[in-house]
Design a protein around this ligand. Structure first.
Ligand code: IVH
Length: 705
């Protein structure tokens, strides 16, 4: 896309007349909307995120110059407005129902019997789709513009979370009322929708807001003392932020599953197609089957492949496809008769909480952890389960000695989901957070964290030198993704630390073979090897250096983004919150954390000590935009012959690309080696371009040594 991929310079714009600016803004908006449509609706991204972001940036600059040009549906208006002081209630025009759960083919067959009795003459197909494990939301559009986005609430009244929902790119701010880009849909359907649209200006669409497993992992990495139990809770917490800027950083997803307004749809399948034509993201896994045999087969198929989906699903929604039959079947209680949730059996077991202990995290956060009587849950023995924070303990009503239900869901760590209070003997003990750090005895501070209801209360050890904290910081520092010092594993590190040979990471670089040889159990040879290993890792990239510092909220990718944008440590050390906030992919919370880190005296001394101890930062030439993989998202899977995993990743970055772990519609390439596994299946299913090792080498060159 020549000429538009770079933001126009300020002085270029100054010469623009208002009319020219108006035309340019309209053209930009059209193009940005078209790109969004291709990405989310057609699952056929035309350009990379960078191009999208760059066009949006140009539009933002233009609108800043000519504020009259701002329209409410402008793509720049996704993140805007002041933080709210509370959410306002929204009364749903049509009640938001829920679904009855069924857990077995027998239960689903019984449901079929019931509805057959109620509609003996009717014939229907079943339509099956994923049951997303997120939150039900409703969107109302007037004359094509998104006016209200709300939670389900009690079904009758929800909360107005419009500003937060607007930050989700999968949600259109303006509907595609013109029905452009619909040539892939049946012409008769397009024309029926056009007629339907002519009759009404108000359109309501419902769907699920959710957080992908990848976004959840990123969130947990950014918040090392993770407080969200699973992606669903994280999505809920993100949508309950009063400041939409925070929601925007959470990268939520959204899938439409029902069109409330009658636009002439005759089947539920057509509802999905209508939603897609209007600009909503709908999931491709949608199947119409003639009978329950088909339903059972699909349920089994999805159950087996669910781990490979980029987000959590907890079952299959099965409904009568024909809209007229569905309506005639009506509602019983809070659920429609014509649909059920055919859930997957959760992997659950019961056990006893023998104790609740405190773990002191790298950032000083105190996290309660349950020690469990070991129990097998779905083939894995579990003996510990994090309780996240006191709020979680209160929510569960958990006491030490309680019998509990533990659950392993998807890829998520096992968690306690329920307390079986009926089994109490009376000898259970309530748990209290300690007032002193269990590790160093220093006072503990108690804080409500601002980031939403689910994050809750946080207890932190006030002692910066608390041993556990320090040890964890050291471990982080030497870990594979940081300084990667071989031979300096947790055991040796702990030994060196308790022998007083190292107090902080800078001391590592002052160690001598003699220092090490005195340690019990470490022979002369191993000591010499270790010193060589330290010597070899004195020099690191800026990104690794930043990552190694263990700054709150700064994971590997954030460290890379910072390095790419500041080039030199000295520049990052002096950067203001605003300057850091301006870096793409970095939000205010992270920016504040980074700036605060470098403003702190003790941290400044620590960084100086590292440099004085001979740590060197290799300033690589910045990847720029000209690399062979500029702006591309690349997944590496399987074993490559020439490249180690780390070399492949480095090569991708050097060529301007970004490495990602899981394959999605947004992935540009999958590099497949031997025994590639499920990521390759995902790539094929999603139509992501697959590169052989040879093709990859041709693009990026041979591995660096
Ligand atoms: S249809 C009558 N389709 O499941 C409700 N719901 O209890 C119509 N859900 O909270 C819902 N994926 O948010 C439908 N593909 C899907 C869904 C889905 C997830 C959620 C929904 C609601 C719950 C139903």
């Amino acid at each position: 896309m020549p000429g538009v991929a770079t933001a126009i310079l300020d002085n270029g714009m100054a010469e623009m007349t208002f009319t020219q600016a108006q035309q340019r803004a309209a053209a930009l908006r059209r193009e940005i909307n078209a790109l969004r449509y291709r990405y989310h609706v057609l699952d056929d991204p035309a350009v990379t995120d960078e191009v999208y972001d760059s066009l949006t940036a140009e539009l933002r600059t233009l609108e800043a110059k000519f504020p009259q040009l701002v329209t409410p549906d402008s793509p720049t208006q996704r993140i805007g407005g002041k933080p709210l002081d509370k959410f306002h209630p929204v009364v749903h025009a049509v009640r938001m129902l829920s679904l009855n759960d069924e857990f077995s083919p027998d239960e689903v067959s019984a449901w079929e019997q019931r509805i057959k009795k109620l509609a003996p003459a009717a014939r229907w197909d079943y339509i099956c789709e994923l049951k997303f494990d997120g939150l039900a939301t409703s969107l109302v559009y007037k004359d094509g513009m998104l006016v209200t986005g709300a939670t389900r609430g009690d079904g009758k009244t929800g909360e107005d979370i419009t500003a937060n929902l607007k930050t989700i790119r999968a949600i259109p701010l303006r509907l595609n009322l013109e029905l452009t880009h619909t040539d892939k849909f049946p012409a008769a359907l397009v024309s029926r929708l056009r007629q339907g649209l002519a009759k009404t200006g108000r359109i309501e669409v419902r769907g699920e807001a959710l957080m992908s497993k990848a976004a959840f992992a990123r969130l947990n990495q950014a918040h090392p003392d993770a407080t969200f139990a699973n992606p669903r809770n994280a999505a809920a917490g993100s949508l309950r932020q009063l400041d939409p800027k925070i929601t925007a950083t959470r990268q939520l997803s959204w899938y439409a599953y029902s069109l409330v307004t009658d636009l002439g749809q005759r089947t539920h399948e057509e509802e999905h197609l209508f939603c897609a034509m209007l600009g909503f993201q709908v999931h491709g896994e949608l199947r119409v089957v003639p009978d329950l045999q088909g339903v059972f087969a699909l349920h089994e198929e999805i159950r087996r492949s669910r781990e490979r989906l980029p987000f959590e699903v907890d079952g299959v929604v099965v409904q009568v496809n024909e809209v007229d039959v569905f309506r005639r079947l009506g509602v019983v209680g809070k659920a429609p008769r014509g649909a059920v949730a055919f859930k997957f059996a959760a992997r659950k077991a019961t056990t006893v909480v023998e104790d609740i202990v405190i773990q002191v995290g790298r950032t000083g956060a105190l996290t309660p952890v349950a020690n469990l009587r070991p129990v097998n849950v779905g083939g894995v023995t579990i003996s510990r389960s994090t309780l996240h924070n006191v709020d979680e303990i209160e929510r569960l009503g958990l006491k030490i000695g309680d019998t509990v239900v533990v659950q392993r869901a998807g890829d998520v760590i096992p968690q306690i989901v329920e307390v079986l209070t009926k089994l109490r003997s009376g000898r259970e003990r309530a748990f209290k957070m300690p007032e002193k750090c269990p590790n160093c005895g220093s006072p503990v501070t108690r804080q409500r964290i601002a980031e939403g209801a689910t994050l809750g209360t946080r207890f932190t050890c006030t002692n910066r030198r608390c041993t556990t904290q320090q040890l964890r910081t050291l471990r982080h520092f030497t870990s594979k993704t940081a300084f990667d010092i071989e031979g300096l594993g947790p055991k040796i590190l702990t030994k060196l630390f308790s022998e007083g040979l190292i107090a902080d990471a800078s001391d590592i670089f002052k160690l001598t073979a003699g220092d090490l040889a005195v340690l019990p159990g470490l022979g002369e040879k191993s000591a010499a090897n270790l010193i060589t290993s330290i010597e070899n890792h004195r020099t690191v990239s800026l990104a690794r250096f930043i990552y190694s510092l263990g700054i709150l909220h700064v994971g590997e990718q954030t460290a890379l983004d910072l390095a790419k944008n500041f080039y030199r440590l000295s520049r990052l050390r002096q950067a203001s919150v605003d300057a850091i906030d301006a870096v793409p992919n970095i939000g205010t919370t992270v920016a504040q954390s980074v700036a605060a880190y470098f403003r702190d005296r003790a941290n400044q001394r620590f960084v100086d000590k590292l440099l004085a101890a001979g740590v060197k930062i290799a300033h690589e030439a910045s990847a720029g935009s000209g690399g062979a993989l500029a702006g591309k998202k690349v997944v590496v899977t399987g074993t490559l012959q020439r490249f180690s995993r780390a070399q492949a990743k480095a090569a991708i970055r050097k060529a301007g690309g970004r490495t990602v772990e899981s394959v999605s519609g947004a992935t540009d390439f999958v590099v497949g080696g031997e025994k590639p596994g499920s990521k390759m299946d995902d790539a094929r299913r999603l139509g992501v371009k697959i590169l052989t090792e040879d093709e990859f080498t041709a693009l990026v060159g041979p591995p660096a040594l």
